[in-house]
Ligand binder design. Structure first.
Ligand code: NAD
Ligand code: TYD
Length: 341
């Protein structure tokens, strides 16, 4: 039985991937390694706890000794790295932690993976490394990296290290770059779950600037299916863009949420724009379609309806992740008291 190490497996996308591997790959075990930061939650893995093919270890990807020990036993043959600080607004409030986890943590994993002779290392990156588009065109895998935020800068730096380890040490590495995800278990700091929660509570919905920024929304299940496909069949040294071709303005997305919940658009409030806000992302995902026969399957309106219903049905989960830390973040960011440090 082969074992895949999934870092960040207690987060939003990581937990979806862990559930998918366990249900679709009967001859594979999963070792989830996660620090359980504010964004990580073992409740996200509730359905896997009793599975004998799943093991959880709490720890930091920056901890070289611990990561070396985990890989040193020879049990793990492949790594998918999803552990990260993942929220742009938090990266504006405090860039340093993003450099530590997203850059240094990735380098630590690469070093330990090389030492242990890991077969394949998949780095889960983002479309945000390409920067912002005007109203035309899409990002291909050849587009230059031009990150705008501390978050995307840290992800781009990590991508460079992953490619460097491939070229310099001959490691089998693959990078994926996906567009904005939505779906169950997403932490309510990101646009869609934040708007769902606020609307459910009849609280204002904060839209940055004019709300006409465009994102290419993909359901998390389509993303995790793509990751598994890349792990199994992606070309060594390759980069794969992942997107659904479902471009929407933020205002359209928020109006869809309100429609599904039966709440009024008068809840929408336009607030100060995010500094360095990328205007538009659009992914050309033709490479992964042609090479791996993958394409997004979840149609947006259906995906949003199911996602809103999930948050209604899982209000306990939603309220359980609202801690003092979250309230402090929320008031620091949305009060406009935006400082760096
Ligand atoms: P998330 O914030 O929900 O989860 C991140 C997980 O990483 C959490 O469980 C957290 O506890 C863990 N973690 C953080 N720091 C750690 C550390 N130092 N050591 C070990 N674990 C640590 O994020 P997500 O939305 O699930 O994103 C997962 C990955 O996918 C990230 O690398 C992100 O950059 C990438 N990505 C996200 C999106 C998106 O729309 N959410 C799109 C493309 C790519
Ligand atoms: P987000 O979910 O933070 O993802 P990203 O910044 O990685 O794309 O934000 C998605 C879009 O929604 C982005 O254009 C910023 C905007 N946004 C708001 O207008 N208001 C909000 O409260 C949040 C969290 C995001």
């Amino acid at each position: 039985m082969k074992t895949i190490l999934v870092t960040g497996g207690a987060g939003f996308i990581g937990s979806d991937l862990v559930r998918r591997i366990l249900s679709e790959e009967p001859d594979t075990s999963v070792l989830t390694y996660d620090l359980l930061t504010y964004a990580g939650n073992l409740d996200n893995l509730k359905s896997c706890i009793r599975d004998s093919r799943h093991r959880f270890a709490r720890g930091d990807i920056c901890d070289r000794e611990r990561v070396g020990e985990l890989l040193g036993s020879g049990e793990v043959s492949q790594i998918i790295n999803l552990a990260a600080e993942s929220h742009v607004d938090r990266s504006i409030l405090g860039p340093k932690g993003f450099a530590e986890t997203n850059v240094l943590g990735t380098v630590v994993l690469l070093e330990a993976a090389r030492e242990a002779g890991i077969e394949r290392f998949v780095q889960v990156s983002t479309d945000e490394v390409y920067g912002s588009l005007g109203s035309e065109g899409s990002f291909s895998e050849e587009s230059p990296l031009a990150p705008s935020s501390p978050y995307s800068a840290s992800k781009a730096a990590a991508d460079h290290f992953v490619e460097a380890f491939g070229r310099t040490f001959g490691m089998d590495v693959v990078i994926t770059r996906c567009s904005n995800n939505y779906g169950p278990f997403q932490f309510p700091e990101k646009l869609i779950p934040l708007m769902i929660r606020n609307a459910m509570n009849d609280e204002p919905l904060p839209i940055y600037g004019d709300g006409l920024q465009v994102r290419d929304w993909i359901h998390v299940g389509d993303h995790s299916r793509a990751l598994l496909s890349v792990l199994k069949n992606g070309e060594s040294g390759g980069i794969y863009n992942i997107g659904s071709g479902n471009e929407r303005t933020n205002l359209d997305v928020v109006k869809s949420v309100l429609r599904v919940l039966g709440k009024p658009e008068s809840l929408i409030r336009h607030i100060e724009d995010r500094p360095g806000h990328d205007r538009r992302y659009s992914m050309d995902a033709s490479k992964i379609r042609a090479e791996l026969d993958w394409q997004a399957e979840v149609e947006f309106e259906r995906g949003i309806e199911n996602t809103v219903q999930w948050y209604i049905d899982n209000r306990d989960w939603l309220e359980s992740v609202i801690t003092g830390e979250y309230r402090n973040y929320y008031s620091a960011w949305y009060s406009g008291g935006r400082t760096t440090g």
